[in-house]
Design a protein. Structure first.
Lengths: 372, 372
């Protein structure tokens, strides 16, 4: 299903596209995160106006609240939240292992206590496929995986990788060979920072055959350099004719480096989380709008930006809104940040297509400082 | 400046219009409240999409944060917040007497401590005119007034009314007889629930001659029936050829009754405050969307409503958003509520124009229950 349009000669960056039941996706692409059936502070109209063609949501969170039966009754997640483009849902593996307590991994699946009310739950990999594909109606489902934090012992990483493989096999079987509706299932490569474990995991997932492959368990506490090395090495373990999705990554620089390593899809809470902290992303770096230096700065957050916020408002106004705790401030900065990320991906695709990606990457990184 | 278009034969309801430097205003009308240079949770585009032609903001709050010098540097409040239609600013009298501590009323003006940081401030009525007209650039400025809570002794109400009159006279002088830009200054009738005090206040304000007259000091703790009686009686003390503005009122029923008594302009935090509590206004009454009964209710908040929220979302989705503390929920309900209030006023104007207001009023009140 993944069609390579162009591969960069000097790097491993590539432009591709694929189709889901809710439309075409051009890669490299960024998915705004809509954990609880909303990209925080933004309406679906806002997200579309930013140019986003797909979003990520989360099976674990929706399973707990409002419940997947309710969403099924609503006609699926697309109808429930009013989003008619592609939705990828994370399986909840990451959330179960990072948010919940009393987690017990058994062969059959995982038992955990809700991070909200402590209630006990059990989910098998088969349950998680059914929840995503059949109840939420996700265009792209992710297999249930076990994600370990960094640092992890080799034994711990190996056992998590092995159970992830076992669950992947069962997920694939549950998902079935044919999907008449064109829905997709992605496998997830685990293995922590042990590249031989990742190699084994990747190889066996590829043998099973998934529509796409995710690189999971990165950006879970390890140093920046190790994030980058793990992504670069793992990307090369994956087939060229399948889409590669780096989960939960990252800064604009992380993403550009991962694109150069041959990765295609990204999701991250950074644009919305920073938005709610009042920090705007710009090509020159992050703009902490609470800062007193923006008090009388009547320029838009980012000159030349075509987003609603930059076309209508100034840094001084946003700073005021944030300082007096007005929700509109969080929303306007989140909107700009999602626009920034989505349009960064469009610029990356364009640079690859015009054979100029290496220069684009170099110039972007040189330009992009830390906090302004 | 106020032109009466039609007066209802059976009630005192009337349709009128007037012009400010930022456009025409059709009355009866409702002003969404944008205390801190934003109508809470909504963008200026949202407010326009609701059909609002004017908003209210607040000199006291803006004077403290971000400061009126900053707003003047930004080119005035319209430019600062990106709103290009009419703005009325309250003088801050109500806020100074209700929010601040250590208030000292002197002949020259009022001394108070900021409700934010306790810092001491002094404002004269002349300062307050300059702040609104010259620094914020308000289309309609309100005179500084002293507002007493209910219940109040007659002496207390009388002394507040007298100082309000004195300040009104000085405000009028500061504002000047001519306003080449077409900006307007409104007087405020005080007097608590003592109708003879209100009569004296109204008469003397009318002698001074203002572009419009506000009924202040209602809905400050008194029973519903007294609110209604005070508004009805005070409206009759005011000239027919001037606009009458009831400050801080009220429920849809309060507004319809005040229109029937001959009032023209309203502002109230109810639509946005209820929105942030997850309660939607409908013609049948208030819809507390947190309520479990809406869990699987896949209808829009209000059938037939043309607002963005009702055209795109269900009660079940809004309930979910509110229950998981997602900001989008507060925003979508606020948006519907502002649309409801603004369109209620449009329906009222239409009913008066087609000589059907009395029936409209009766049917609206019969239909509108309490909480659904």
């Amino acid at each position: 299903m993944f069609k390579l349009v162009r591969t960069d000669k000097k790097t491993r960056a590539r432009v591709g596209r694929f189709t889901t039941p809710h439309g075409k996706v051009n890669t490299p692409c960024f998915m705004p995160v809509g954990t609880q059936a909303t990209v925080k502070t933004l309406s679906v109209e806002d997200i579309k106006n930013c140019g986003a063609g797909m979003i990520l949501s989360n099976a674990y969170h929706l399973y707990l609240r409002p419940g997947v039966e309710l969403i099924k009754k609503a006609g699926g997640l697309h109808k429930f939240m009013g989003w008619d483009k592609t939705i990828l849902t994370d399986s909840g593996g990451f959330q179960i292992f990072s948010l919940t307590s009393l987690v017990k991994v058994r062969d059959e699946g995982v038992e955990f206590s809700s991070h909200i009310d402590g209630s006990k739950h059990f989910l098998s990999p088969e349950d998680v496929v059914r929840i995503q594909r059949d109840m939420l109606g996700s265009d792209i489902s992710m297999v249930l995986d076990e994600c370990v934090k960094y640092p992890s012992t080799r034994d711990r990483a190996e056992s998590a990788m092995k159970i992830t493989l076992d669950w992947a096999k069962r997920s694939k079987k549950e998902f079935g060979a044919k999907n008449p509706e064109g829905k997709l299932l992605f496998g997830i490569v685990q293995g922590s920072s042990f590249l031989d474990l990742r190699e084994e995991c990747a190889k066996r997932l590829v043998d099973m055959g998934f529509a796409g492959y995710a690189i999971g368990g990165v950006s879970v506490g390890e140093p920046d350099e190790l994030i980058r090395e793990t992504i670069e090495a793992t990307a090369q373990m994956l087939p060229k004719n399948k889409v590669r999705y780096v989960m939960g990554v990252g800064t604009p620089i992380d993403i550009i480096n991962a694109v150069a390593a041959g990765c295609d899809m990204f999701d991250c809470v950074m644009p919305t989380r920073n938005g709610r902290n009042g920090t705007a992303f710009t090509k020159e770096g992050k703009l902490p709008l609470r800062n007193a230096r923006y008090k009388e700065d009547f320029r838009p957050p980012e000159g030349g930006c075509e987003c609603y916020t930059c076309k209508n408002h100034t840094r001084a106004y946003l700073r005021h809104l944030i300082n007096v705790n007005e929700i509109l401030g969080l929303r306007l900065v989140s909107l700009h940040n999602i626009h920034f990320y989505v349009n960064l991906m469009a610029a990356i695709r364009e640079a690859i297509l015009v054979k100029d990606f290496e220069r684009f990457k170099r110039e972007f990184i040189n330009h992009y400082g830390g906090e302004l």
